[in-house]
Design a protein. Structure first.
Lengths: 732, 454, 285
């Protein structure tokens, strides 16, 4: 079967996909009358192709890295809607808004359709042959060290292929960059638990104490955590779970907390140690470490009232097991690793490790394991670019020109690379700087395998398969492109694979036994795998190391107020826009931010008290100025933020990307200071200090919330009840 | 002061009135031109709105109705006083109405036609307007007879057709006069056709009287019911601020009020433009002014009743709206309405003001403004501040398109009215003659009585 | 066509909330939303856009209040004047409540909005003339009007994007009112499938788009008259009865009930078909 001569089209025929392929030519907005399109006969179609009857195919959501398994509804050859795959351990049939918008990524009118070669200021459409030839030419005589490959998080066979391609040059410069990844947490977890990403059993916890982990919004695997959260609320043994959220700017998760605790930005670790102290159960090293953190000091430094600390400690003591989570708000400081370590320590002290923090299953193929992104990689790349090290730069699934902190001046650095190739869906800010832009298939047209970083239950490999025929003739899958490129280097090894599909199929079948194929014949196993969309593996898991060491744990006292830039800038990550790669999906632009209900624009969240002090009213255009520049946006008075902080959401402020993204809002990445976490070298997202000044302009904030904001005006609309008044166990 | 000179010769009456068909003052043409221009603006706005969608009116959810409905009610209201003068006062044998009822009745007809336009521009799918009419359809689909809006449509159509009929029937003897005095030309043909062979025989007069009286009897309750039904559009709904039992009488009073002030305005204009000083005397004006004053006080009272019933109703939502009206975004307009509707008419209590034409002209315009504001203040606060706080929206203002159409409606009305006055006798010749006759009879009687006493 | 038909069958044209002699049979679609599970994430709302061909109106029209979100997530704050919302916010998904005695139905001049036999408040786009009286009379303001002709508006459904449109759902032109339908196209398909097998739709067989997406499974939906359905059980356990303007449980002595089920604006007697379950907040912290 290694080289069976199958090509993708043949396969489509065998499987019955050719019907789709044919039907597709006539799909879309047919205007039969004007004779522009062909009418397709349904007289002889495949069994499942019945006009007006939908068929469903499983695949994997590519909107974020959580790896939710999805089912696409296909009718008359068009994918119409994505639903969750009920068999998935990750999302169990559910999706988030971002996932729902996956079809708008696919049908986006601003996708790149042809390979584009920079000619002056313009992109000129060229053929793929020419594009490959050009790459070959540019790579000719270039050593491995002079090539840089920048990607977002990659996993599965794409990662394998990419690794092999880079190997062919002896190139080690694979930079995996994600602008907002829990990279500090991974390092801290590795130290505390022995693994980078353990399993968090929110549903088994009776109390969840989260330090800025927006697990219902944008943190790690939100759909999975949302389900766990619902179970957690229903309760373990009839006892409803209690969520306490500690952060300086309210996230969606904070808005759902029983108690939202506002802390001075950056003091999350101190509070964690204070709680350990208040618990009084620690001994040895730990007790010694936290001895100084009595409630008076902790309260003074964090701004949390002493009574509150005691109450949290008492509750944690009373209700076990609990779960303590460290999120991006705690990580985003120069001492982010220390914060995360202190918070993780709390899990050890409470005895949660092994109960609610468990070892996650691991895919037994390290080559396929996800290469997780971080910002330290970008810094290295930037330094390399500035040193003029790279003659050829490839960029895939990353948009650093948009997401790199302004202080890095990445756009200028990029110009120093000799030849820049961007693999892109849209002409984003980075692709605009590239010399060659290669158009990619959408995630709903492409083949692939994906291994999620956060494993929900057993290990799994996600299958990504086309849900419909390609919309544009001249786009290519990333796998196909890599295969074509690698064939230029190692033709012998790869010549037997006509395309990435053949490569994938061969790869999967070759390992049939390990993938649970048993004795099934190749075709049956392959069809079943595609039909399920998930390969569930027995998987092993690394044991947790249970390291509760306090060595090296030292938390700085909260920074003194900077007279020139008195406010902390908290760049907030929204569940739908994330780092801004999906901003061109109009559903997401028009889906109100859950907390402010603002649409289509950026805003500056500011506490009403601070606003009164600065005489700022809602809708005032304010200028947020930091060391690295300034941005102007509308002010929104928001009670869920520390008065010494302001918050601006990430994701908007595009200068490119497409019609729905360009020109809406501002990009706070631009004014971020280049402060890095001391241990991991990760960009400290929350370390930027700013000042806010009025510009004198005022606009009406475009939001869903009405004239009276979030008030119910004495009407019984959204009702809340105290937990001692209801008996949840008697409910259906 | 007398209603009219008793010594005008009947021939002079014919002459004077027919003159209005020939050579009005220049101001007539100025007004007509302005009206046409305003109407043109309205047409332009409607064409744009029709093409683009109602969104250009800057309506939204929850603010689904705007100036279109407010102005609709305003025009329906304007129509009422014509009927009051022509039918109700006819039944009550108030002779002074005679020189002015014709134009008042025309005002009724034209303001109804104007109101009808607002229904058209208001609805989202003008081209499907006929769905709201109860015509027997092949599909057996009927409109919803439960909907006050349907009652509205039916009531307005009935009222409009009746008042056209009433206007026309009352005009037949005069049309015959026109026919007999007109030079050859299209007008003569028109009058010949419309006068239905009127000869002025006894039999014709007898039948005419009966017909006229019958329609008057029919029309009088209709006038009251139409505005009650318009009030039902609101009172029958469930919205706070609308769900008020006293709305129908309140609406009728408001309608008579705005109608009367409309009559004062037009009275003054016509009197000047068509040189009707001898017929539309200050004495008649004084009577209308007194009537207006009385109605304004009734309206004020009913307003107070509405506020009181809302205030003591224990219905918090309605109360909120009332508070909003008095203190919220719309407060200037609401207080403007109170000022124009209840304070300004107090000037009419002064005898000197009652015949002072410039003062009356200004006051009547203010009253009209007040009544228009009243209708807007019924619509806007309820939409902006309904049951559901999340959707409260106090910042939604009508777009220029809406204003353009309101403006255009005044143009349309004025245009129709001005054309009518130029083509048809706007003072009822035969009834003025009757009036003069009655008065001279009366004088003779009193002279005879005096003589007898000696 | 005849007037006789009109006179004789008029009473049949309208279905009010079920009374003893005319119960909903075999279907009465209803929903319950657990506000304790709802996280306010907006997934339901986006799923609704995807399923029901809702137009994205853009910033300018959104600013004018002309958004078309059939399902909107409302966010409420405590009104106790504390500096920080330390009990979080309160989220509420709001869409057409499919009232049994819907205020919108009686006022429509052309009967474009009707009650169906399975308890839905239906909107007949073809019949609608756009008087917007229904919206005026809706206490929840969940009816959305097509202020513009979105299918032909720039950048609403440009080329390619229009291929995503759900063929089971009409694309509405300008001038008609629309609102949440409880995904009537899905109900219709499920009923048809069940009918061909000679049975009624089983619980869980049909899901609304919002319910299907909801990551926290806060929304349940089903046939209220089917005793096996989850919705029926939930309504029963919460002692919420469809045709009451005040629930018996609420009449009890002060302190109220310990049950979380309630309906919004029940006292206005629209008999909404959506029951909300109160959000719970821990008393111990």
């Amino acid at each position: 079967m290694m080289n069976s001569g199958f090509d993708r089209r043949d396969f489509l025929k065998v499987l019955g996909w050719s019907g789709v392929a044919i039907a597709l030519n006539g799909c879309g907005n047919t205007s039969v009358e004007d004779g522009k399109e062909t009418v397709v006969s349904y007289v002889e179609t495949n069994d499942y192709m019945i006009p007006s009857i939908s068929t469903y195919f499983n695949s994997t959501c590519a909107q974020c890295d959580a790896g939710c398994n999805i089912t696409g509804r296909i009718r008359e050859g068009r994918v119409l809607k994505l639903e969750g795959n009920p068999d998935s351990a990750i999302n169990r049939g559910k999706t988030c808004g971002l996932g729902q918008a996956g079809v708008q990524h696919h049908y986006n009118p601003d996708r790149v359709r042809e390979p584009l070669l920079r000619k002056g200021g313009q992109g000129e459409a060229i053929t793929w042959e020419k594009a490959y030839a050009l790459i070959a030419e540019k790579l000719n005589g270039v050593s491995g060290e002079e090539i840089a490959f920048l990607t977002g998080g990659v996993s599965g066979h794409l990662k394998v292929l990419l690794g092999n391609y880079l190997d062919s040059f002896g190139c080690k410069n694979h930079f995996v960059y994600e602008a907002i990844a829990p990279a500090v947490l991974r390092a801290a977890n590795k130290k505390s638990y022995g693994v980078e990403m353990p399993r968090f059993n929110i549903n088994k916890a009776k109390v969840v104490l989260s330090f800025g982990a927006d697990f219902l919004g944008a943190w790690v695997s939100p759909v999975h955590f949302s389900q766990q959260y619902a179970q957690f609320r229903k309760g373990v043994d009839g006892q409803r779970g209690v969520l306490i959220q500690v952060e300086s700017k309210m996230t969606l998760t904070g808005a759902n907390a029983d108690r939202w605790v506002v802390v001075r930005p950056g003091t999350e670790g101190i509070l964690a140690l204070g709680i350990i102290n208040a618990l009084g159960t620690a001994s040895g090293d730990i007790a010694a470490k936290v001895r100084g953190y009595d409630r008076a000091l902790v309260s003074k430094e964090t701004g949390v009232p002493p009574g509150q600390i005691d109450k949290i400690a008492a509750l944690l003591k009373l209700r076990s097991p609990s779960l303590v989570l460290a999120g991006s708000a705690a990580e985003g400081y120069a001492h982010g690793s220390q914060n995360a370590a202190a918070i993780n320590l709390l899990n050890h002290v409470l005895g949660n490790v092994g109960k609610t923090v468990e070892a996650a299953a691991v895919v037994p193929f390290p080559q396929m394991a996800p290469a997780t992104g971080n910002t330290a990689a970008l810094k290295t790349l930037n330094d390399g670019l500035n040193a003029g090290k790279y003659k050829v730069l490839f960029s895939y699934a990353a948009n650093p020109v948009f997401t790199a902190p302004g202080a890095m001046k990445f756009k200028d650095s990029l110009a120093k690379a000799g030849f820049k190739v961007a693999f892109a869906h849209y002409l984003d800010e980075t692709a605009m700087q590239a010399d060659l832009v290669l158009p990619l298939d959408s995630a709903l047209e492409d083949w692939g395998t994906q291994v999620p970083e956060y494993m929900a239950e057993g290990a799994q490999i996600n299958i990504q398969q086309p849900l419909m025929e390609k919309l544009h003739a001249n786009t290519r899958g990333m796998g196909d492109i890599l295969l074509a490129l690698i064939k230029l280097r190692r033709a012998e090894e790869y010549k037997k694979f006509d395309d990435y599909y053949a490569y994938l199929r061969t790869a999967v079948l070759q390992n049939k036994g390990a993938l649970g194929g048993g004795v099934a014949d190749d075709d049956t196993f392959w069809n079943e795998t595609l039909s399920k969309g998930i390969i569930k593996l027995a998987g092993s898991s690394h044991a947790l190391s249970g390291n509760a060491a306090t060595a090296g744990l030292s938390l700085p006292a909260p920074a003194a107020i900077n007279a020139q830039y008195p406010l902390h800038l908290i760049p907030s990550v929204s569940a739908s826009l994330r780092d801004g790669r999906h901003t061109n999906q109009p559903w997401l632009q028009e889906s109100p931010d859950p907390l402010t209900t603002i649409v289509w624009d950026s805003w500056v969240e500011i506490h009403p008290k601070k606003a009164a002090e600065l005489r700022i009213a809602e809708g005032d255009i304010v200028e947020v100025t930091g060391k690295n520049g300034s941005i102007k946006a509308q002010a929104y008075l928001f009670p869920g933020i520390h008065p010494d902080a302001i918050s601006v959401p990430l994701g908007r402020g595009h200068e490119a990307l497409g019609r729905y993204a360009r020109g809406y809002g501002v990009n706070p990445f631009q004014i971020l200071d280049a402060v890095f976490d001391k241990e991991t070298g990760e960009l400290a997202l929350h370390e930027t200090r700013v000042k806010v000044s009025k510009t004198g302009q005022r606009v009406i904030v475009v939001k869903d919330e009405g004239f009276v904001g979030g008030k119910q005006m004495g009407k019984k609309i959204a009702v809340r009840v105290s937990s001692d008044k209801v008996e949840l166990s008697e409910e259906v | 002061m007398k209603d009219i000179r008793e010594d005008i010769a009947w021939a002079k009456i014919n002459q004077d009135v027919l003159k209005s068909l020939e050579n009005p003052r220049k101001l007539y043409w100025v007004i007509l031109f302005c009206a046409l221009a305003a109407f043109g603006v309205g047409i332009g706005c409607e064409v744009y709105q029709y093409q683009t969608g109602l969104g250009v009116a800057n309506l939204n959810n929850p603010y689904a109705w705007g100036l279109y409905i407010s102005t609709f009610i305003f025009w329906i209201g304007m129509s009422h006083s014509g009927t009051l003068l022509s039918a109700i006062l006819h039944l009550m044998h108030a002779d002074w109405r005679k020189p002015i009822y014709r134009f008042a009745e025309a005002m009724t007809t034209f303001s109804l036609m104007t109101a009808g336009l607002f229904v058209m521009v208001h609805i989202g799918r003008l081209w499907q307007f006929y769905y709201s009419l109860p015509y027997p359809s092949e599909r057996g689909i009927w409109p919803n007879f439960q909907s006050p809006l349907l009652w509205d449509a039916m009531a307005i159509f009935t009222y409009l057709s009746s008042s056209i009929l009433f206007l026309y029937v009352g005009m037949i003897p005069d049309l015959a006069i026109c026919r007999d005095n007109m030079h050859e030309g299209w007008r003569k043909k028109l009058y010949t056709l419309l006068s239905l062979g009127w000869e002025g025989t006894d039999r014709q007069w007898r039948n005419f009287r009966v017909t006229y009286l019958t329609i008057a009897c029919f029309l009088s309750p209709l006038a009251v019911s139409v505005h009650s039904i318009v009030a039902s559009d609101f009172a029958m709904s469930q919205q706070p601020g609308w769900h008020v039992t006293s709305f129908p009488p309140y609406f009728v009073a408001g309608a008579l009020y705005s109608g009367c002030s409309g009559i004062i305005t037009l009275f003054i204009i016509l009197r000047y433009v068509f040189k009707f000083e001898e017929y539309m005397t200050k004495s008649i004006l004084k009577k209308i002014v007194r009537l207006t004053f009385a109605i304004s006080m009734i309206w004020t009272y009913l307003n107070a009743v509405e506020f009181a019933s809302v205030w003591y109703s224990n219905d918090q939502a309605s109360k909120d709206i009332l508070i909003q009206k008095a203190t919220g975004t719309y407060a200037p307009f609401w207080w403007g309405m109170i000022f124009c509707g209840s304070i300004v008419p107090l000037t009419l209590a002064f005898k000197r003001a009652q015949t002072n034409i410039p003062v009356l002209f200004a006051v009547s315009l203010l009253l009209n403004l007040g009544m228009w504001l009243e209708r807007w203040m019924i619509i806007a606060p309820t939409f902006s501040h309904g049951y559901y706080p999340w959707t409260w929206d106090h910042d939604q203002w009508p777009s220029l398109i809406q204003w353009g159409m309101v403006f255009g409606s005044f143009g349309w009305f004025t245009m129709l009215f001005m054309v009518f006055c130029k083509v048809f006798p706007s003072v009822s010749m035969y009834e003025v003659k009757e009036m003069v006759y009655h008065r001279s009879l009366h004088l003779k009687k009193s002279e005879t009585a005096e003589q007898g006493a000696h | 066509m005849s007037v006789n038909n009109l006179l004789e069958n008029w009473s049949q044209f309208r279905h009010f909330h079920p009374v003893d002699d005319k119960p909903h049979d075999p279907y009465k679609w209803a929903m319950s939303i657990d506000l304790d599970a709802c996280t306010g994430c907006n997934a339901c709302s986006v799923a609704c856009y995807a399923e029901n061909n809702l137009p994205v109106v853009g910033k300018e029209k959104y600013a004018h209040g002309q958004a078309m979100h059939w399902m909107r997530i409302e966010r409420y704050w405590d009104e106790d004047d504390r500096d920080f919302p330390d009990q979080g916010a309160q989220f509420l998904p709001m869409m057409c409540q499919q009232c049994e005695a819907a205020p919108c139905e009686t006022v429509c001049p052309v009967a474009a909005t009707n009650h169906t036999a399975d308890g839905l408040n239906s909107q007949v786009y073809n019949r609608c003339i756009g008087s917007r009286y229904c919206s005026a009379n809706c206490p929840y303001k969940v009816r959305y009007f097509n202020w513009y002709d979105y299918p032909t508006d720039d950048n609403v459904w440009p080329a390619e994007m229009n291929q995503q449109l759900n063929p089971d759902v009409t694309v509405r032109g300008k001038g008609v009112m629309e609102k949440c339908t409880f995904c009537v196209q899905r109900l219709h398909a499920a009923k048809g499938a069940a009918r061909s097998e000679g049975r009624i739709v089983r619980d869980g067989e049909v899901q609304t788009a919002c319910q299907q997406a909801c990551p926290a499974s806060a929304i349940s939906f089903g046939n209220l008259v089917d005793p096996e359905s989850r919705v029926h059980k939930q309504w029963k356990a919460q002692q919420v009865e469809l045709d009451k303007e005040e629930q018996t449980k609420d009449k009890k002595e002060e302190g109220g009930s310990e049950l979380r089920g309630y309906r919004i604006f029940e006292e206005l007697r629209p008999y909404p078909s959506v029951m909300y379950l109160e959000r719970v907040r821990e008393s111990a912290v």
